[in-house]
Design a protein around this ligand. Structure first.
Ligand code: F3S
Length: 394
């Protein structure tokens, strides 16, 4: 694999131990995937932040790197296992909180922005079309490749951090034009009436596409909210890291490879919803997977205004979007209802199953997928239905 003089210096340890370790990781990855060289990246999004997933081994790894490692490009962080300030009101135990705060401290010493969101593109980490980046959060990866037209593989926690500490990533996979062409056409033959319909469709198609590149045909309109939840669902049931929506996403003119096509009709939409929606009366309601946009918070404020929630209700979003919601006056109505902002975290990476909840109502296919894997039951509902469920008298 060709390395520039600067990259060789890093590999030789001339720029510190952390940069050396990072370059070793990237060279090993490049060799596995047949990369001919490295490419410079302009931004990094690091996943693997919750202590629930990292454990002590992950914390030790971060502490070692933080001795002399520093981010060389803008680097933001995925959600943590709890709110960094309001963890007590979330029911998180002190032992977990102590470890989680140590993880955050290590990232801070590494020069990573403590943004704690899976929608960095709504909170200041906004790459441009054609830029090479190294992002780890799977929903954000699919969004960045597909909607923005930036170029990233689906990085693991260590490889994304390695990209941050060197400013490089191996040039392979979705960094190359030839791997961005559609591999499967999806003819959408049902009107998609809400972001939740996009989420259900993503869940269904992700299973069929596995790690391919689906091209959706017949979708007339989709905004940020529809595309972010579609991205998350495609990446959770399958390994989709890029898709196209004909006429809407920037590279949707790339010619499909082969002619494989599937139809998504009312029958498949119903099937998808049935896969996600189980039974039971929810004792926990959570929205914001991926983290809410300001427009979603505006809708929630309108729906919750003058009402009281009768069960635990989390609204997951970034601190940055929450700040804008405070300024716009939306947060006041949301909090007055008794709903809680879950900034820095989400219903999946927080240890919800250990907090005693059994049935979760949510409007996200991705959240349903992972909560079920954690042993919880899920109800898949539209945002309006989630609010109705949370405010229903028990
Ligand atoms: Fe984000 Fe958590 Fe969903 S990280 S995409 S809200 S599982």
């Amino acid at each position: 694999m060709f390395l520039t003089r600067e990259e060789e210096k890093m590999l030789a340890g001339e720029e510190g131990r952390a940069a050396q370790k990072a370059m070793q990781i990237l060279v090993a990855l490049g060799k596995i995937y047949g990369a001919e060289k490295m490419v410079k990246v302009s931004s990094v999004q690091v996943s693997g932040v919750s202590y629930k997933n990292l454990g002590d081994a992950g914390l030790e790894f971060l502490d070692e790197l933080a001795v002399d490692g520093r981010a060389r490009v803008k680097t933001t962080l995925n959600p943590a296992g709890m709110s960094l300030t309001d963890w007590k009101s979330q029911g998180i135990g002190a032992a977990f909180a102590e470890k989680q705060l140590k993880v955050i401290d290590a990232y801070r010493r590494l020069g990573v922005e403590i943004s704690c969101t899976c929608t960095p593109y709504l909170a200041g980490n906004t790459p441009g079309f054609g830029q090479h980046i190294a992002w780890g959060e799977s929903s954000a990866v699919a969004y960045a490749n597909s909607v923005i037209g930036a170029r990233t593989n689906r990085e693991g926690g260590p490889s994304a951090l390695a990209a941050s500490l060197t400013g490089r990533t191996p040039l392979y996979g979705l960094h190359l034009e030839e791997n961005r062409v559609p591999t499967l056409a999806v003819d959408v033959e049902v009107p998609l009436r809400s972001p939740e319909d996009f989420s259900a469709m993503g869940y269904f198609v992700g299973r069929a596409a596995t790690d391919g590149v689906p091209l959706f045909r017949g979708v007339r309109q989709a905004g940020v909210e529809e595309l972010k939840t579609l991205s998350a669902a495609l990446a959770s049931s399958g390994g989709v890291a890029m898709y196209h929506v004909e006429g809407l996403t920037p590279e949707s003119k790339l010619k499909p490879e082969g002619h494989e096509a599937i139809a998504f009709t009312p029958k498949e939409l119903q099937e998808a919803r049935a896969l996600l929606d189980g039974d039971g009366s929810p004792d926990f309601v959570a929205v914001g997977c991926p983290h809410c946009s300001l427009s979603e918070l505006e809708t929630l404020a309108r729906l919750l205004r003058g009402k009281k929630v009768s069960r635990e209700f989390w609204v997951c979003c970034s601190r940055e979007v929450k700040r804008r919601s405070d300024d716009a006056g939306y947060s006041r109505w949301i909090e007055a209802s008794g709903a809680k902002f879950a900034t820095d975290t989400c219903m999946v990476v927080a240890p919800v199953e250990e907090l005693g909840y059994r049935v979760v109502a949510t409007n996200s296919a991705k959240a349903c997928h992972y909560l079920r894997n954690a042993g919880l039951r899920t109800r898949f509902m539209r945002l309006e239905e989630c609010v109705a469920e949370a405010t229903r008298s028990s």
